[in-house]
Design a protein around this ligand. Structure first.
Ligand SMILES: Cc1cc2nc3c(=O)[nH]c(=O)nc-3n(C[C@H](O)[C@H](O)[C@H](O)COP(=O)(O)O)c2cc1C
Length: 180
């Protein structure tokens, strides 16, 4: 799959997963793609924990309410640390966002499905901290996102997107950019 096709292929998959385990080799490749992402001033503020051990996975899933990823054979927990790049500038959100997109594209390229679950675990009930505590994460790291990984058991639903012309232009806001 070329990179353009890959980006168009990726969707947020929220359906059931097949029980087929994801190999450690595949999981490591996905994590390496995440860690290869750019980061502001190369501060590398993103860390990752993948959970594939069944008992621990159940414990993690049980801590998330409303439930998500219930059938996923593996989950990647994305951690971030607020390290300042310079003066008052902290790019940790941008850093983990770049890492997540790299991982989502790698997951798609390997034929697996995933979804960027951030709202679910960072809303006011602080599920992220619960997950972090289960995994022994020190207090200066926040768990901000979970990515399930597995083969889809259902058909992925494609989100409706606005047209190109509604959101992107050439040579000025709202311009069609047609060449004379
Ligand atoms: C920052 C961020 C947080 C998100 N959090 C959630 C979430 O908590 N739960 C969820 O089901 N999807 C979540 N998503 C996925 C979006 O809902 C999804 O990307 C969007 O609907 C577009 O669909 P697509 O990813 O299939 O293109 C999140 C995406 C982003 C970028």
């Amino acid at each position: 799959m070329d990179i353009q096709q890959l980006m168009m292929e990726r969707v947020s998959y929220r359906g059931e997963f097949q029980s087929t385990p994801v190999s450690r080799e595949a999981l490591r490749m996905i994590m390496e793609a995440g860690l290869a992402a750019p980061s502001g001033c190369n501060k590398q503020t993103t860390s990752l924990i993948t959970v594939d051990e069944p008992e621990l996975l159940e414990k993690i899933k049980k801590s998330i309410d409303p439930p998500i990823c219930e059938t996923a054979p593996a989950m990647i927990i994305v951690l971030t640390r607020r390290i300042y790049a310079y003066r008052q500038k902290c790019y940790s959100i941008q850093d983990y966002s770049a890492a997540i997109e790299n991982m989502l594209l790698t997951i798609t390229a390997m034929g697996y499905q995933s979804c960027w679950y951030e709202g679910h675990i960072t809303d006011s009930d602080n599920i992220g901290r619960k997950l972090a505590d289960i995994l022994g994460v020190p207090g200066d790291y926040d768990a901000v996102c979970v990515l399930p990984v597995g083969y889809a058991a259902e058909t992925a639903v494609r989100a409706k997107k606005k047209t190109f012309e509604e959101r992107a232009w050439f040579n000025g806001f709202g311009k069609s950019g047609e060449r004379e």
